[in-house]
Design a protein around this ligand. Structure first.
Ligand SMILES: Nc1ncnc2c1ncn2[C@@H]1O[C@H](COP(=O)(O)OP(=O)(O)O)[C@@H](O)[C@H]1O
Ligand SMILES: [Mg+2]
Length: 445
């Protein structure tokens, strides 16, 4: 910026301070050079607190941020996206871009920032249901080109109301992305409500979604009940595993998408709700329509914009990043200070990860919990034999604890393999409602 005249500098500052996004500039060593006014305002952190400090220290020493796109860019020398929380309790989505000098070294990292912070929704009507369907706050990181393109697209369509379909293998980040889209939209201070169409028994989905009028059926509450569509008013309804929505309810959702109104179970008159629909599927919906298992008219309605999340094996470069990210997460959670050898990371890069990021996350949690040494090496992994659940069972302690552990691991393995609750029920020879109960008991999502 040396040869810019003063007038041009003023104009540059005027622009930078008045654009909608936060801007955060760091040098090739990760030292903070500049943030714009928008960043100061949205974070509540003044430039003077950050200037000349290294991102590494801001994250690990001063704890200003729980993560950093700059650090990922410096590590991978590529564009990167990260979401994180600030010390002032804000949630940010950051896209970082490297600027290279003539020798191919990173000279600057330019970060563009979006505010994902929302005011937590509180509703006295059915707080428990809303709470149950809210996703835990989780951070997204990626330096993969395709994933960054998907995020760019998500940023573009988020402020619109357009119906969005997210496709991707189980555990690849569909739910996380849906929540980010909601938090990037003007609807972010209204509810984000998630319903997993595969987890709720068929007989209950209709009344969960649409609610019922008083006395709609025996056992129905006298007051009637609001459905999730009504509770999501002004917000976003996330229909997860939409392929599992029973055929007759597919038409009811289609009518809702067309008219923005619906009729409660046992009701006569239509109710209105202003809801944006995001749906997700790990099955090929197009193929299902060809097989007559999914209504094609609904498919075309849902699929105004489709975001395809690449599977973890299609983005190897994210594996070391994610491994370190989760290692840190579980070190904090369990109060450890464990590290992982490069050999283990290499093994992870080669692994197939059918359960994608969820499987990687669960694997690291188990390793952190069960490894006996601080420094986790290949032998530890072999000893833990992560592919064989029985080897993970601690054979000490009370019988009930051991059985509990086995139960949890079996369900986790089934869920990771991408099966629906209906399919798990069939495999294990138990009822679907029991599967749902057990998944809830063990907190498996
Ligand atoms: N890019 C990412 N970076 C970090 N964590 C991620 C990322 N994508 C997904 N996760 C985590 O992986 C797990 C599975 O993601 P989720 O969105 O539930 O997958 P899906 O809905 O596709 O099954 C969650 O714990 C989520 O927070
Ligand atoms: Mg999901």
């Amino acid at each position: 910026m040396e040869d810019i005249s003063n007038i041009e500098k003023d104009i540059l500052n005027l622009i930078l301070d008045n654009i909608y996004n936060g801007v955060y500039l760091a040098d090739g060593e990760g030292r903070t050079i500049y943030v714009n006014k928008t960043f100061e305002e949205m974070s509540g952190i003044p430039l003077r607190d950050l200037k000349d400090k290294k991102l590494y220290d801001l994250v690990y020493k001063y704890k200003y941020f729980t993560g950093s796109a700059t650090l990922i860019v410096l590590q991978t020398k590529k564009h990167a996206t990260a979401t994180y929380r600030t010390i002032t309790n804000k949630n940010f989505l950051v896209k970082g871009k490297p600027i290279f000098d003539n020798n191919g070294n990173i000279k600057y990292v330019v970060n563009t920032i979006w505010d994902l912070t929302n005011i937590i929704y509180n509703d006295s009507i059915d707080l428990d249901t809303v709470k149950n369907f809210k996703l835990p706050a989780n951070n997204l990181i990626s330096s993969n080109k395709r994933m960054n393109d998907v995020i760019d697209m998500a940023i573009k369509i988020a402020p619109t109301d357009c119906t969005t379909l997210i496709m991707g293998e189980t555990g690849s980040g569909k739910s996380l992305l849906a929540e980010i889209i909601h938090n990037l939209s003007p609807r972010k201070n209204f509810p984000f409500i998630k319903i997993n169409c595969a987890a709720i028994p068929e007989s209950l989905i209709e009344s969960e979604l649409f609610g019922y009028e008083s006395g709609a059926f025996t056992g129905a509450s006298i007051k009637g009940k609001k459905g999730l569509i009504e509770m999501a008013n002004n917000g976003t309804l996330f229909l997860d595993e939409i392929s599992e929505l029973p055929y007759h309810l597919q038409s009811k959702i289609l009518f809702f998408l067309q008219d923005k109104e619906f009729i409660k179970v046992g009701g006569q008159k239509p109710t209105k709700s202003n809801v944006r629909i995001i749906s997700a599927s790990n099955k090929d919906l197009y193929k299902l329509t060809k097989e007559g298992k999914f209504r094609d008219d609904l498919f075309y309605r849902l699929n105004v914009v489709t975001l395809h999340i690449p599977s973890l094996k299609e983005r190897h470069e994210d594996i070391p990043l994610l491994t370190k990210h989760f290692l840190e997460k579980f070190n904090i959670k369990y109060n450890f200070n464990k590290t992982i050898s490069e050999e283990v990371i290499d093994l992870f890069i080669k692994k197939n990860w059918e359960g994608n990021i969820r499987e990687l996350e669960n694997t690291i949690e188990r390793i952190v919990l069960l490894s006996k040494t601080e420094y986790i090496q290949l032998e530890d992994i072999k000893r833990l034999n992560i592919d064989n659940i029985l080897h993970n069972i601690k054979n000490t302690g009370k019988l009930q604890d051991i059985l509990n552990d086995v139960e949890r691991q079996i369900l986790q393995t089934e869920k990771i393999s991408g099966k629906t609750t209906r399919e798990i029920a069939k495999t294990l020879g138990i009822s679907q409602s029991k599967v749902v109960r057990l998944l809830q008991k063990h907190n498996i999502m």
